[in-house]
Write a protein that binds this ligand. Structure first.
Ligand code: COA
Length: 166
């Protein structure tokens, strides 16, 4: 797959993920998040939603990523009926590359990809204790639409946060 360039942010480049990036993406996932997935899951998301699977690069090193799934189902923004939705599965940065606006940029650019795929809304789940994550999404105008008790394997609850895209 072509490494489609998206934008530069200071010394960082935001671009589409490629097959060759996946091992580095999986390592970042293990280093930064308690939720892990099979290699197959990452490959499937890259195949099905390449426009919304983005990486942040510093020099030759990948330092973060966002991956999303395009879905069709009940509206997450509490509108009536069904909607095409961009589900943010994970967004994460290596610790030393945080607070530089990279997650903001990754989410905003993934949203552009979702719009190109015809999504009318986006949503995600976030741990109720994850205040950096919650603040990031609130700043991007996501709103908490519900709380799901014992959502995670360790028993922690999740907030479902969503945002209309029109
Ligand atoms: C949450 C996370 C993705 C934010 O990434 P980031 O690149 O540092 O975020 P940004 O620099 O774009 O910050 C955007 C806003 O989010 C909020 N924010 C980010 N980190 C924060 C922190 N540690 N404490 C409080 N607010 C924070 C701030 O409002 C910030 O805006 P500001 O810098 O102008 O104050 C990052 O902390 C991370 O990788 N955490 C581990 C993985 C994770 O929890 N992911 C989210 C759930 S999947």
């Amino acid at each position: 797959m072509e490494n489609t360039y998206i934008k530069r942010l200071g010394e960082y480049t935001i671009r589409q993920c490629s097959q060759e990036d996946l091992q580095a993406v999986i390592s970042i996932n293990w280093a930064t998040l308690p939720e892990h997935y099979s290699d197959f899951f990452f490959e499937e998301l890259l195949k099905s939603s390449p426009e919304t699977f983005l990486v942040a690069q510093y020099g030759n090193q990948l330092v973060g990523y966002i991956m999303c799934r395009i879905e069709y189902g009940f509206s997450a923004t509490h509108r009536f009926g069904f909607a095409r939705k961009g589900h943010i599965v994970s967004v994460t940065l290596l610790e030393q590359h945080r607070r530089k606006g990279l997650a903001t940029c990754l989410v905003q650019e993934a949203i552009e990809g979702m719009k190109r795929r015809g999504c009318s809304e986006t949503y995600l789940e976030v741990r109720t204790s994850n205040s950096p994550g919650i603040k990031l999404y609130e700043k991007l105008e996501f709103r908490i639409t519900s709380r799901m008790e014992e959502y995670y394997r360790d028993g922690e609850a999740a907030y479902l946060m969503s945002k209309p895209l029109e």
